[in-house]
Design a protein around this ligand. Structure first.
Ligand SMILES: N[C@@H](CCC(=O)N[C@@H](CS)C(=O)NCC(=O)O)C(=O)O
Length: 220
C-alpha cells in the first residue's frame, strides 16, 4: 500500500490539484474516501487532520498537511528527485516566480473562478438556486484577472517562465470546470495566449489522469 494518502473526492478542485501534483511527481498514493454528503469532513476525527473541516487532507507517513497548494509544495520538495524535477523550480529565482503565480492563483484567480464553478457547474448538479449577482460580479473580476494573464502569457510560454510548473498546475482544476462544464469557457479559449496555454497545460498526461478519475456524468 502506498504511504501517501489523500483524503477527499477527485471531483473536488482542491483535491484534484494535489492529485495532479502527485502524478507529475510520479508519487504513488491512495485516495481515502471522505463521505462529505454525510458530513464526515466535520467529524472530530477528521478535524484532527484538517482543522477547517475541508478536503483535501494529506498524510505521508508521520506528516499530515492541509491546504492543497501547501501540499503541492511539500510533495514537489520531498520527492524532488523523481518525476517532473522542475515542478517547483530548481533555483531561488525560479521558485520565487512560481510562488508569485501560485499566490496569484490563490488570491486573485481562485475567488472569482471558484465562485463561478460553484454557481454554474455545481449548483445545477446539486439542484441549488444560482445567484445572478455573484455570477455577474465574479465574471467581471475574472475577466480583469485574465487580462493580466493574457499579457503575461504573451511574454512567456508558461506563467513562471518557459517550463510547466506548479504555477500552471494550480490553475487546472477550476479552469477545467469553467471550460468543460459552464458557458464561460470562451473567457479562456478565445484569448490568444491564455487559449494556447490552456490547450498545452490541459493536455498533460498527469492532468488527463485526474480528469479520468473524476468520472463526471456526460455534459448536459
Ligand atoms: N484552500 C483550501 C480549500 C479547500 C476547500 O475549499 N475544499 C472544499 C472542496 S473543493 C470543501 O472541502 N468544501 C466543503 C466545506 O467547506 O465544508 C485548499 O486549497 O485545500
Amino acid at each position: 500500500m502506498a504511504s501517501v494518502k489523500v483524503y477527499g473526492p477527485p471531483l473536488s478542485t482542491a483535491v484534484s490539484r494535489v492529485l495532479a501534483c502527485l502524478f507529475e511527481k510520479e508519487v504513488e498514493f491512495q485516495i481515502i474516501n471522505v463521505e462529505m454528503a454525510k458530513g464526515q469532513h466535520k467529524t472530530p476525527d477528521y478535524l484532527k487532520i484538517q482543522p477547517f473541516g475541508q478536503v483535501p487532507a494529506f498524510q505521508d507517513e508521520q506528516v499530515t498537511l492541509f491546504e492543497s497548494r501547501a501540499i503541492c509544495r511539500y510533495v514537489s520538495e520531498k520527492y524532488g528527485k523523481q518525476g517532473n524535477k522542475g515542478l517547483f523550480g530548481l533555483d531561488l529565482i525560479t521558485k520565487a516566480s512560481i510562488d508569485e503565480w501560485v499566490e496569484a492563483e490563490g488570491q486573485s484567480f481562485n475567488p472569482p473562478s471558484s465562485a463561478l464553478v460553484f454557481q454554474l457547474a455545481f449548483a445545477p448538479m446539486m439542484k441549488l438556486k444560482q445567484d445572478p449577482n455573484v455570477i455577474k460580479q465574479s465574471e467581471e473580476k475574472l475577466v480583469k484577472v485574465l487580462d493580466v494573464y493574457e499579457r503575461r502569457l504573451g511574454e512567456s510560454r508558461f506563467l513562471a517562465g518557459e517550463e510547466f510548473t506548479l504555477a500552471d498546475l494550480s490553475h487546472l482544476p477550476n479552469t477545467q470546470y469553467l471550460v468543460d462544464r459552464t458557458d464561460k469557457g470562451g473567457l479562456f479559449t478565445e484569448r490568444k495566449n491564455v487559449g494556447r496555454w490552456w490547450d498545452e497545460i490541459s493536455s498533460r498526461d498527469s492532468w488527463k489522469k485526474v480528469v479520468d478519475m473524476q468520472s463526471l456524468p456526460p455534459k448536459s
